[in-house]
Write a protein that binds this ligand. Structure first.
Ligand code: ADP
Ligand code: MG
Length: 292
């Protein structure tokens, strides 16, 4: 099979592992930067051109589209979809999952539990906003943030007011969320491939840090997910139509809560912590599901 990994960086652990496992199964695997692709749109013959060649021989793509290039990256994925090329994730599902607010709205309807969250149109009535989520402390999150940047813990009403005023002043949209103190700076990640949980880990923020992100100095260890956590992760992934994804979960006193879903999950932490060959599971998923 000709497999193309749409990634801006050949040297990333995740990209390299997918190349390695694809080649081990005798596939031809190329890494192509989606930003270097031109999309040629015409009646009945949509194509993608990259440097001097047309990518009309591709059987499957693995999109690894970074948050900063969602628009163009997803246009490239969509073009391959128009060419009937199998993709491990649909362009629509990537776009939907990038919007935290939209994802939360859909998950709440599906009966998936999450930290109580409020979104307002730059409301200055901070007291009311905070009371909706049950009082301080609250977590305030920029809608467009990743890697823990733009996620703030406001311990008091005054702190929450200052942060919201600053974000409002910049016209930066933010969510206000119930703070799950009992998670103690940790969260769980469930890695899903082919609608099954294939790996789990626990991430712990460095001392004095409530954010567990590895980019913020967090560390990870193996975690065997329990049945309730697995059920929740699978339900969320299914609802957002992501057969392959990373689901982040907070352990709260009322049970596991969904915090975030990532359509381009990194493989390094999770393969290391869970000792599972997740890159291979992704290649197997393509072999099983590609349209013939
Ligand atoms: P990002 O997209 O930047 O990773 P997240 O929503 O995942 O943003 O938040 C970053 C980190 O902050 C999480 O990994 C978690 O450790 C912590 N966190 C986020 N929301 C909450 C919350 N409501 N209660 C407790 N901790 C939280
Ligand atoms: Mg996160």
């Amino acid at each position: 099979m000709n497999i193309v990994i749409l990634s801006r960086n050949k040297d990333l652990y995740s990209t390299q592992r997918l190349v390695e496992e694809g080649e081990r199964r005798n596939h031809l695997v190329e890494v192509i930067d989606p930003l270097e692709c031109d999309l040629i749109i015409e009646k009945e013959k949509p194509t993608v051109s990259h440097n001097d060649k047309y990518l009309d021989y591709v059987d499957a793509i693995i999109p690894r589209i970074g948050a900063s290039v969602t628009y163009y990256g997803c246009a490239v994925v969509r073009q391959f979809e128009m060419m009937n090329v199998f993709s491990t994730v649909s362009s629509d599902a990537i776009i939907r999952s990038r919007d935290k607010l939209r994802s939360f709205q859909h998950l709440s309807k599906a009966g998936v539990d999450m930290p109580k969250t409020v979104f307002t149109n730059y409301s200055f009535d901070v007291e009311k906003v905070i009371s909706h989520v049950g009082g301080t402390p609250v977590v305030i999150k920029l809608l467009e943030g990743t890697q823990g940047i733009g996620v703030v813990l406001a311990e008091t009403k005054n702190a929450a007011e200052s942060v919201l005023e600053a974000f409002n002043g910049l016209e930066a949209r933010a969510l206000v969320q119930e703070y799950i103190a009992e998670a103690k700076g940790s969260d769980l990640r469930a890695l899903i491939v082919d609608n099954q949980v294939v790996g789990g880990m626990k991430r712990q923020g460095k001392e004095g840090e409530f954010r567990s992100n590895l980019h913020r100095g967090g560390t990870y260890t193996y975690h065997k997910l329990n049945e309730e956590e697995i059920k929740l992760a699978l339900k969320a992934a299914q609802k957002l139509k992501l057969p392959i994804c990373g689901v982040d979960i907070l352990q709260s006193n009322r049970g596991p809560l969904i915090m975030e879903i990532n359509s381009t999950p990194g493989l390094e932490g999770i393969e290391g912590a869970s000792k599972k060959n997740i890159a291979q599971a992704i290649i197997t998923y393509i072999e099983r599901n590609r349209h013939s």
